[in-house]
Design a protein around this ligand. Structure first.
Ligand SMILES: Cc1cc2nc3c(=O)[nH]c(=O)nc-3n(C[C@H](O)[C@H](O)[C@H](O)COP(=O)(O)OP(=O)(O)OC[C@H]3O[C@@H](n4cnc5c(N)ncnc54)[C@H](O)[C@@H]3O)c2cc1C
Length: 387
C-alpha cells in the first residue's frame, strides 16, 4: 500500500504523541502506528501510575504544543511526599504546599490530553510494527504483524519504547536487564484497606524503602492508589498470568519471602490490592549504546526507544523533550530536508541520551538496590525530617 504522509511515527506514547501534536500544529503531514487495539485498551487492561512533569522538559513540551492550560486543569500541584523505611518509620515528609514546580498527572490523562489534540484519523490503532525496510529510492517501508505493509515514507520515527522494532536499524544494542522487577496494581476507594492508605499517603506519594526492595503508593486523580512493589529478582522470574491475576496468589508465590519482617501495614497494602498486577521487569540501555548509534537516512528514534533506563523520574520528560527538539528541526529545515533535520536532532540528543542512561545506572544502585531508606536518602543528598 502506498502511503500518503511523508512521516510515520511508530508508537502513541508520550514521545510519539508529542511529536504528532507538534507536527499537527505546524501542518506537516504524518501518521502514527500504534499496537494497542484502541485508544482505551491500555486504560482497561494495564495498571498505570502518575508522572511528574518537569518545567524545562515535560511542561515546556506542553507549552510548545499549546496544551499547557488543559494540562493545568488535569494536573495535581503540591503533591505531598513521605519516605519511610521497611518498618514504616518516617524519614522524610514534605507537604509541598504551594509547590508549582513538578505537578503530577495520571499517565492515562496525559495520553488522553495528547490524543485529543490530534485528529483521530492520524492514529492507526492495532498496527504492530514488525520491522522497517529501507528501499533503493531512499524511502522506508513499514511491515506489520497484523496489517498490510505501507511504503513511501521519507522518515520513520521510532517512538515505540523499550522494545523498539526500529532501534535495530540504527544501533546494535539491546536493552539489558537491570536486576529489578516491579509489580503494580491499585487500591480503590471501596477497598477495606483504603482508609489506612489514605491515612498514610493522603493525596500524595508514600514510598517505603527496604534493602533492595520497595513498596510505593501513589495517589491518582480519582483518589485511588497506584501500588508498586519493586525487588531484585532474577530475569527469569516472570509469573504466569494466573498468578498476576490476584494479589494473594502473587503475594504467596513470589513476594512473601522477600518482604518477611516488613511492617504489616505496608505488606497489607500489597496483599489487599484490587484486580490484577502488571509485571514490569526493568531494562536499561548500556552506556555504550548511544556512541554505537549510526545515523541512517530516513530513520530516527525518540524517547525510551533510544535511552531506556530504570524509572528515574525523568523518562517521560526526556521523551517529550526529544520530540520537541525533533519537531523544531523538522519545521526549521522543512519537509524536503529531513536528512538535515534528523542529523541536527541526533547531534544534540546524543549527549543528553548518554547522561540519561548514566543517571539510570546510578539510580539502580543508589535507590532500587540500596540498603534501605537511610542509604538511599544519603546518596540522594536528601535531608530527613519534616518540611
Ligand atoms: C514501572 C515504571 C515506572 C515509571 N515511572 C515514571 C515516572 O514516575 N516518571 C517518569 O518520567 N517516567 C517514568 N517511567 C518511564 C516512562 O514511563 C517512560 O520513560 C516513558 O513512557 C517513555 O515514553 P515513550 O513514548 O518513549 O515510550 P512508551 O511510553 O513506552 O510508549 C511507546 C508506545 O509505543 C507502542 N509500541 C510499542 N511497540 C510497538 C510496535 N511494535 N508497534 C507499534 N507500536 C508499538 C506502545 O504500545 C506505546 O504506546 C516509568 C517506567 C516504568 C517501567
Amino acid at each position: 500500500m502506498q502511503s500518503q504522509a511523508p512521516i510515520a511515527i511508530v508508537g502513541a506514547g508520550p514521545a510519539g504523541l508529542t511529536l504528532a501534536r507538534l507536527l499537527e500544529v505546524a501542518e506537516i503531514p504524518y501518521i502514527v502506528f500504534e499496537r494497542d487495539v484502541s485508544a482505551t485498551w491500555a486504560n482497561e487492561h494495564q495498571s498505570s501510575g502518575t508522572l511528574d512533569l518537569h518545567p524545562t522538559t515535560g511542561q515546556a513540551a506542553l507549552v510548545e504544543a499549546g496544551l499547557f492550560p488543559r494540562f493545568q486543569s488535569l494536573a495535581r500541584f503540591g503533591v505531598p511526599l513521605t519516605i519511610v523505611d521497611s518498618q514504616g518509620k518516617v524519614h522524610v515528609s514534605y507537604s509541598r504546599e504551594g509547590d508549582t514546580e513538578e505537578p503530577e498527572i495520571d499517565r492515562k490523562d496525559l495520553r488522553g490530553l495528547l490524543l485529543s489534540s490530534v485528529p483521530a484519523s492520524r492514529i492507526l490503532w492495532d498496527h504492530k510494527i514488525q520491522r522497517i525496510e529501507r528501499v533503493d529510492n531512499g524511502s522506508v517501508t513499514t511491515h506489520f504483524e497484523n496489517q498490510p505493509s505501507r511504503s513511501g515514507f521519507r522518515l520513520v520515527v521510532g517512538a515505540d519504547g523499550a522494545w523498539s522494532k526500529i532501534r535495530a536499524t540504527v544501533m546494535p544494542s539491546e536493552p539489558q536487564y537491570s536486576g529489578i522487577h516491579f509489580f503494580s496494581s491499585y487500591i480503590k476507594p471501596e477497598n477495606p484497606i483504603y482508609p489506612l492508605a489514605a491515612l498514610k499517603a493522603g493525596r500524595g506519594n508514600y514510598l517505603a524503602f527496604g534493602t533492595e526492595r520497595q513498596i510505593f503508593l501513589y495517589c491518582l486523580g480519582d483518589g485511588s492508589y497506584h501500588v508498586s512493589v519493586g525487588l531484585r529478582l532474577s530475569e527469569k522470574t516472570v509469573p504466569e498470568a494466573s498468578i498476576l491475576a490476584s494479589a494473594s496468589a502473587l503475594w504467596n508465590t513470589v513476594l512473601q519471602e522477600y518482604f518477611a519482617g516488613w511492617d504489616c501495614d505496608l505488606t497489607d497494602f500489597v496483599r489487599s490490592c484490587d484486580g490484577k498486577f502488571r509485571s514490569w521487569p526493568l531494562y536499561t540501555m548500556a552506556e555504550d549504546a548511544i556512541p554505537s548509534w549510526n545515523h541512517v537516512s530516513g530513520v530516527t528514534l525518540v524517547g525510551d526507544a533510544v535511552h531506556l533506563t530504570v524509572p528515574t523520574g525523568d523518562g517521560v520528560n526526556n521523551a517529550m523533550h526529544d520530540s520537541v527538539d525533533l519537531a523544531k528541526h523538522i519545521i526549521s529545515h522543512g519537509i524536503n530536508d529531513l536528512e538535515s533535520a534528523t542529523l541536527a536532532y541526533e547531534e544534540a540528543m546524543r549527549p543528553r541520551a548518554v547522561k540519561t542512561i548514566q543517571k539510570g545506572h546510578w539510580m539502580t544502585h543508589h535507590m532500587f538496590l540500596a540498603a534501605g531508606a537511610e542509604e538511599m536518602l544519603a546518596a540522594m543528598g536528601a535531608d530527613g525530617g519534616e518540611a
